[in-house]
Design a protein around this ligand. Structure first.
Ligand code: FES
Length: 101
C-alpha cells in the first residue's frame, strides 16, 4: 500500500517481531512499519482488536509498540535508529515508574 520514493535510501535495518525491515534515516518507526507492509502494530487491551498507525501525529495512540524493551512508545513520534528492536504491543502494559530528577 505504501511505497518508499527512493528505495536505495533505506539503509537502516529494524527488527519487528523478528522480521528485518528497511528504514530511512529521519523517518518514524510508524512510517517504516507501514512501508514494510505491517497491517497492524498492536492489539487493544479489552478485545484484542488489531490497530495500526492512524493519525501519524501523536493524537490517536493506535501506534503503540514496544521499542527496545520499552512499552507504550508511540511509533509515529519516534525516529528510527539502526538495529532498533520493535515488538507488537498486545494488550495493556504497566506504565513505567517515574524517573528521579
Ligand atoms: S498514529 Fe496516532 S498517535 Fe501515532
Amino acid at each position: 500500500m505504501f511505497h518508499r520514493i527512493n528505495p536505495q535510501a533505506a539503509t537502516l535495518r529494524l527488527h519487528f517481531d523478528g522480521t528485518e525491515i528497511p528504514a530511512t534515516e529521519g523517518e518514524t518507526v510508524a512510517a517504516a512499519l507501514l512501508t514494510a507492509g505491517s497491517a497492524s502494530v498492536r492489539d487493544t487491551p479489552v478485545r484484542g482488536t488489531p490497530r495500526a498507525p492512524y493519525c501519524m501525529m501523536g493524537i490517536c495512540f493506535d501506534c503503540l509498540v514496544e521499542i527496545d524493551g520499552v512499552p507504550n512508545r508511540q511509533a509515529c513520534m519516534t525516529q528510527v535508529r539502526d538495529g532498533m528492536v520493535i515488538a507488537r504491543q498486545r494488550g495493556a502494559r504497566a506504565p513505567l515508574p517515574p524517573t528521579s530528577a
